[in-house]
Write a protein that binds this ligand. Structure first.
Ligand code: ADP
Ligand code: MG
Length: 312
């Protein structure tokens, strides 16, 4: 136990405990030294962890409800990208000294719980502390491996169609704080179809497609006209002077699913009723490198540029 915990931090844990929903299918949630989780029938679990840092992933002044929401949504998006249903998560919060006043702290929890309730994922544990640094959160999410194996980045094949959910770009205008992770879509794709490779779009379409291609040792041709551009990308383009497509390709934090499938399966996916719209944007090829096919047929090199966090 950390002796430096202020009274309000103990109060917060107490409040979290008292107001915690039942841990669902799990035998023991918040309150003891460890939670006890019911294992998936397959005996296999996926696990992911992500930090959410003030000044990096959100600006100071962001409503605490949205901070809690985003912390959970980011980790659940990684579970979605494996094509697995989420089963539980934990939350660690490090407050800036003096910041842990009850209303602020509870709003973070309310945001996280608001999202968790949507997907019926229980919060089963965590930790709370404070320091002189800025607000920092960490969410670890777990998911069940079902009878279908998780979808990896490394299994795209030449000739696969490249598909993406939703619309891309301009997330900085608000989507990055409010999005719903594509858990239902990820699970449905894995359960009902033969998807080869999948990733969630966090660094940006070009950068995350590059991640699939690097792991699968292939290249890609994207159709510039097919890339689904969000309203926010168009709105942002008016102030940045860049092309909306540029924002859709390189902005990041869309948290959509990007995946590949053999053409016959892609056709089935595109004509199916799914929890989110899906668009065919290109093809996997066996020569490395990405190209963007312009409406007039010209092919341009597509750089793998996107959001890269530089360690300092
Ligand atoms: P310990 O010192 O044994 O780790 P804590 O006082 O840190 O105990 O936590 C007590 C209980 O409250 C544990 O079950 C822990 O998982 C839970 N808990 C602490 N912080 C959080 C949090 N931010 N969210 C959810 N559960 C939490
Ligand atoms: Mg602890």
């Amino acid at each position: 136990m950390n002796r430096r915990k202020s009274f309000s931090e103990f109060e917060l844990i107490d409040w979290i405990r008292r107001t915690a929903p039942a841990p669902g299918r799990h035998p023991l949630g918040i309150g003891d030294d460890c939670a006890i989780l019911k294992a998936a029938a397959s005996g296999r679990t996926v696990i992911t962890t992500d930090m959410l840092l003030e000044g990096v992933h959100f600006e100071g002044g962001t409503p605490p409800y949205r901070i809690g929401w985003k912390a959970a949504a980011r980790s659940l998006s990684d579970v979605a990208a494996m094509g697995c249903p989420a089963s539980a998560l934990t939350l660690c919060i490090v407050f800036h000294q003096g910041q842990a006043e009850p209303r602020f702290a509870r709003e973070i929890l309310r945001g996280l719980r608001g999202l968790c309730r949507r997907f019926d994922v229980p919060l089963v544990g965590g930790d709370v502390s404070s320091w002189r640094g800025p607000l920092a959160l960490n969410v670890t999410a777990l998911g069940n491996v079902t009878s279908r194996p998780p979808l990896l980045r490394s299994t795209a094949r030449p000739g696969d169609r490249i598909l993406v959910s939703g619309r891309l770009g301009g997330s900085i205008l608000g989507h990055h704080l409010r999005f719903l992770p594509r858990l239902d879509l990820g699970e449905a794709l894995n359960r009902r179809f033969h998807v080869h490779a999948m990733i969630d779009v966090s660094d940006g379409l070009a950068a995350d497609l590059h991640h699939i291609l690097a792991e699968s040792r292939g290249g890609a041709r994207l159709d510039a006209r097919a890339v689904p551009i969000s309203g926010a990308a168009r709105q942002l383009a008016r102030t940045t002077g860049r092309h909306p497509l540029d924002h859709a390709l390189f902005d990041g934090e869309d948290y959509e699913l990007l995946f590949t499938a053999r053409p016959s399966h892609a056709r089935r996916i595109l004509s199916a009723r799914l929890p989110a719209p899906v668009t065919d944007i290109g093809i996997v090829v066996d020569t490395p490198g990405m190209t963007l096919v312009q409406p007039d047929g010209r092919e341009e090199a597509l750089p793998a540029r996107g959001y890269v966090h530089r360690l300092q």
